[in-house]
Design a binder for this molecule. Structure first.
Ligand code: ZDP
Length: 279
């Protein structure tokens, strides 16, 4: 059976979007996703995202497979792309600007803005070690500036879950980090039983930071939405950042706010359609 797909990206974090509205099970298997994501033998992408029928009263359900076939709980850049994809699928029949999306990290709400950007209510960050999960500290404690030995060096790490797990390290120069060497060592460190997304952050000013990321299940990517949200939360927790800041990634900038009113995290950035094809 032919499967239609559309390629989208958010700041160069790229995804194959599949119209899965006719079934509550993804029409592509994790093994097929690995092949489709291959940049030489496949379409090329950081992950495959499915627009499924809504569950628990939500408008739609999102599921995503990483390029290694694993399934993360959430994907920030991906859910901006999904919001745009759904609007494109609905076409003329579309009657709303925001969608309630059921994910493994709870209900997440992308909103299509008049200027073409997508603003996402990413929900509440989770800060306790047991929720990340990490065994750095006991389950009920926050992990802020804790020492972690990786590759013969002690790093000071802060951990935040945006539904998926993140480990954030503040450094003086992100360009000097050899991500491809140490990224996998963080990802597979025994401190993180579900593995981890790893972000290195350089604070330029209280409202502007630079970030590079090694993603769990995907490696180096040009941007990571959940990672940018986790980084801003870590920046506030460590006293490095204001509650609203720009996060500059290799693929471009995201605006992130950790709201002092409702404690939720809001992410604003682009989502761009690239091409459509058939498998
Ligand atoms: O948690 C994980 O396994 C991530 N690789 C999921 C993807 C996160 C993403 N980069 C984002 O934008 O949040 C897509």
């Amino acid at each position: 059976m032919a499967i239609e797909f559309t390629k989208y990206h958010g700041l160069g974090n790229d995804f194959i979007l599949v119209d899965n509205r006719a079934s509550s099970l993804p029409v592509v298997t994790p093994d097929q996703a690995i092949k489709l994501c291959d940049r030489h033998f496949g379409i090329g992408a950081d992950g495959v995202i499915f627009a499924l029928p809504g569950e628990n009263g939500a408008d739609y359900t999102m599921r995503i497979f990483n390029s290694d076939g694993s399934e993360p709980e959430m994907c920030g850049n991906g859910i901006r792309c999904l919001g745009r994809f759904i609007a494109d699928l609905e076409g003329e029949s579309r009657h709303k600007d925001s969608y309630r999306i059921h994910t493994l990290a709870g209900v997440i709400t992308p909103q299509l803005m008049a200027d073409g950007q997508v603003k996402v209510d990413m929900g509440l960050p989770r800060l306790l070690a047991g929720e990340i999960p990490t065994n750095l500290g006991t389950a009920e404690t926050k992990v802020i500036n804790q020492p972690l030995e990786v590759a013969g060096k002690t790093w000071e790490v802060t951990c935040v879950s945006m539904g998926n797990p993140h480990c954030i390290t503040f450094v003086s120069d992100v360009a000097a980090i050899s991500l491809e060497t140490i990224g996998p060592k963080f990802e597979h460190h025994p401190a993180f039983p579900q593995r981890i997304n790893t972000e290195f952050i350089q604070v330029v000013s209280r409202d502007y930071v630079k970030m590079r990321v090694w993603e769990r299940g995907a490696g180096i990517t040009l941007a990571c939405g959940t990672g940018a949200c986790a980084a801003l939360v870590a920046g506030v927790l460590t006293g490095n950042c204001d509650a609203i800041a720009t996060v500059e990634l290799p693929g471009g900038c995201l605006q992130i706010e950790w709201s002092e009113i409702d404690q939720r995290v809001y992410m604003t950035g682009p989502a761009q359609r690239v091409f459509t094809g058939q498998l």
